[in-house]
Ligand binder design. Structure first.
Ligand SMILES: [Zn+2]
Length: 756
């Protein structure tokens, strides 16, 4: 009987959902476009004969030797794709040596000169149709037997069927219905893998070339990026300009009202999480019909409304981060519009006394990528929890067992997050430094949080002394259930592991804590311009951690052990697989190249400008403090940093940056020396250095230490430039006991002592 009732209910529900589905049958422009694109067919009336036909798209030349070019049927009134089957050749030369090298790693040549392809599928928002129509005659012709299969493969490169979403460039190009310079060519080549060439108007460095691997389906990107570079005359973008280019709209401010309540069912692992986010937007330079936001896929959008409460149409794919919002009427550049987004979802998970926010950054809708904006965020939550967030605490109240706190940023920030839990608190303050506020759970002993607060205060004081003052008044340090740390403006998330008894004094943990603290200066205080410059955040923060260990914790031994460990890692990478630091995430070896080699670069700068007699480091410190003060709350590039180094040292430093940031050579030095008596009871030391594993002209300033015994020593700095460098040390008054080449690890190299 009970079973029967159950069935009845289910039947009723499914009938109801059919009704709902029918009511929503009117698909949005996005859904229509997706359906039309996915089911594109070729137009049997419009097939062109390609016979030694050449056309060019920026750095790429397409030579269609023989075959047929099948136009697809239009979407709306626009033909936006075509299929070529036959014999064609692609030529492509990246414009910079670094990018030519990237191509070399993929194709074993620095330039493609007539790479044969047997089919190509073109998708375009540019003038291709006009160009082809004026050169080829499109008429009814017999079709190749593989047309359907090739077309299907080509199309599949541009949409994700599981989520029912188009790739961003395709969606944006055809939803905006404007001609742009988007051009993509998916090719099945004879000797390389399947590849995709693209002129992408939605990114900086608009010429892109990908390898398409069907076995590795990564969401939201086309495939594996092989090379990417600027079109001729393409200008450098600031992060804001880059994001504007991609999205066509700007976010002026974000206001969030977030209500979190304990789940009614005690066994539910997630807190109820209900949010209303209001975003003020306007178009950048031309009207926008559809704009895209991203948000964690676990969050479900209930509705989107205008500030007047009118419903706004949107589209979200299955389990997808993208959220496309229709602007009806189109969003204009001179108009500010508020979108109010209502959503909820399981994203805040209970984990003992801590709560696990499944994504610290995508718990609210945002313009993907770099979006510096103002935030005004109000949280409502059970009083048993404490909460800290980015920004200043503007208001707080407690009613019954519900707390409300409001957090407002006083300047635009890149992102906003919070941490909530059943925390205890340790507040520490020293005149002239920011408050240190440690929030930790009961799992940690009180003395551990005392130690952590003390350590953070010392690190902060140390960095403020070298770099300059922080602009935040409080630095919150909070415990999370994760295994990694994260730095936010005025807020650091530390892994719960940091708070464990055995970890608190561990040197690795100590470096890592100081690294996260140093991000307040590097990465947050001074933000980086593009992916080429990420080392200015990560390597600076990491080397700051090492300097703190060395200077404040007086652990010189471990400081050098860490550098040696990094060198081992760097050298363990095969020479032809090493990528320069300036490739950022594209190094494919991020932690070794960016953190570890980056830290070495900082170390080399430091030793190069150290006064060897007094060990005075004023020059290095002034480089960093000038850089910090000049670019605080701005973005900086590697070139900006180079300019500051040159200004503080009066030296042309392009050789240094070319070698270490844009290059991959790690030199090998074989050092030999000979000690002889000289007149007046003095000693002459002859030295010879043979350099290998480095390009012609590679140079370095190596520190040599001369030990005389009984703790007496002297240091000299020698330039090494030639394949074989021979030089004498200054005449010595005492007979040296030992000559040490590359003292203080002054240069990242393999050094070997050999016989004269
Ligand atoms: Zn970091």
């Amino acid at each position: 009987m009970r079973l029967w009732i159950g069935r009845l209910v289910i039947l009723f529900l499914s009938a109801f959902s059919v009704l709902v589905a029918q009511k929503r049958a009117q698909p949005s422009a996005y859904e229509l476009l997706f359906q039309q694109f996915r089911s594109l067919t070729v137009d049997s009336e419009r097939i062109g004969l390609a016979d030694n036909y050449t056309f060019q798209r920026d750095a790429a030349t397409f030579f269609l030797k023989e075959g047929r070019l099948y136009l697809t049927k239009p979407i709306g009134d626009r033909v936006c794709a075509a299929l070529f089957i036959g014999k064609g050749y692609l030529s492509l030369t990246p414009t910079t040596p670094i990018e030519q090298n990237e191509l070399l790693l993929f194709a074993e040549k620095k330039s493609l000169q007539g790479e044969e392809f047997s089919s190509a599928f073109f998708v375009f928002g540019d003038h291709s149709m006009n160009e082809w129509e004026s050169a080829l005659r499109f008429t009814p012709r017999p079709m190749h037997s593989q047309v359907d299969q090739k077309l299907d493969r080509g199309l599949k490169t541009f949409y994700r069927s599981k989520q029912s979403v188009l790739l961003y460039e395709v969606a944006k190009t055809f939803l905006e219905k404007e001609e742009n310079n988007f051009f993509a060519a998916f090719m099945e080549t004879e000797n390389l893998k399947d590849v995709l060439f693209m002129v992408n108007p939605f990114v900086e460095e608009q010429v892109q070339f990908f390898e398409i691997s069907r076995s590795w389906i990564q969401p939201r990107v086309y495939g594996d990026l092989i090379t990417q570079f600027r079109r001729p005359g393409e200008k450098m973008c600031s992060p804001e300009e880059r994001a504007n280019l991609r999205h066509g709209y700007r976010v002026l401010s974000t206001t969030i009202n977030c209500t979190m309540t304990d789940p009614i069912k005690i066994l539910n692992e997630y807190l109820d999480f209900n949010v209303v986010t209001s975003i003020r937007v306007h178009a950048v330079d031309r009207p926008q019909h559809w704009i895209m936001f991203t948000m964690h896929q676990r969050l479900r959008v209930d509705s989107i409304r205008t500030s007047e409460g009118m419903p706004v149409r949107f589209f979200r794919g299955e389990e997808d981060e993208e959220m496309w919002i229709e602007c009806n009427p189109p969003l204009r550049p001179d108009e500010t519009r508020t979108l109010v987004i209502y959503y909820h979802g399981d994203i805040l998970k209970k984990a003992d006394a801590r709560l696990q926010l499944l994504s610290s950054s995508s718990w609210y809708p945002q313009r993907e990528g770099w979006s510096k904006t103002m935030f005004d965020v109000t949280f409502q939550y059970p009083s048993k929890y404490s909460l800290v967030a980015v920004g200043d605490l503007e208001a707080q109240s407690h009613e019954g067992d519900v707390s409300r706190t409001r957090w407002v940023t006083n300047r635009p920030v890149r992102g906003f997050t919070f941490n909530m839990g059943r925390f205890k608190q340790k507040l520490l303050h020293q005149e002239g430094s920011p408050y240190i506020n440690v929030l930790y759970t009961g799992a940690a002993d009180a003395w551990i949080s005392d130690e952590l607060a003390d350590d953070l205060l010392q690190a902060t004081t140390f960095f403020e002394k070298i770099y300059g003052p922080l602009t935040t008044t409080t630095l919150h340090a909070t415990e999370t259930p994760y295994f990694h740390g994260e730095a936010w403006p005025g807020l650091i998330h530390f892994s719960g592991l940091t708070f464990l008894r055995g970890q608190i004094s561990d040197e690795g943990t100590l470096i890592f804590r100081a690294h996260e603290a140093a991000h307040q200066w590097w990465g947050i205080g001074v933000d980086v311009r593009s992916y080429h410059d990420v080392w200015l955040g990560e390597a600076f923060a990491h080397y700051s951690g090492l300097m703190y260990l060395q200077a404040f914790q007086k652990n010189n031994k471990l400081f050098f052990e860490e550098l040696v460990r990094y060198r081992k890692n760097i050298l363990s990478r095969p020479t032809d697989k090493r990528r320069p630091i300036s490739l950022g995430y594209r190094t494919r070896d991020y932690s070794v190249q960016i953190y570890q080699k980056g830290a070495w670069v900082m170390h080399m700068l430091r030793t190069m400008f150290m006064d060897l007699k007094t060990v005075n480091e004023d020059v290095f410190n002034s480089i960093l403090s000038t850089f910090y003060r000049r670019y605080l709350n701005k973005v900086a590039s590697t070139e900006d940093f180079q300019r500051v180094v040159e200004e503080r040292t009066g030296m042309d430093m392009s050789w240094f940056f070319n070698q270490w940031i844009h290059g991959t050579d790690i030199p090998k030095y074989e050092f030999a020396h000979k000690i002889e008596s000289a007149p007046d009871g003095k000693y002459r030391v002859q030295c010879r250095v043979i350099t290998s594993n480095a390009a012609e002209g590679f140079q370095a300033f190596v520190v040599i230490r001369i030990n005389f015994g009984q703790d007496r020593f002297a240091r000299v700095r020698v330039p090494i430039k030639e394949r074989i460098s021979e030089f004498d040390l200054p005449l010595l008054p005492l007979k040296p006991e030992q000559i040490i080449f590359n003292d203080m690890e002054s240069v990242l190299c393999e050094a070997k002592e050999v016989r004269w």
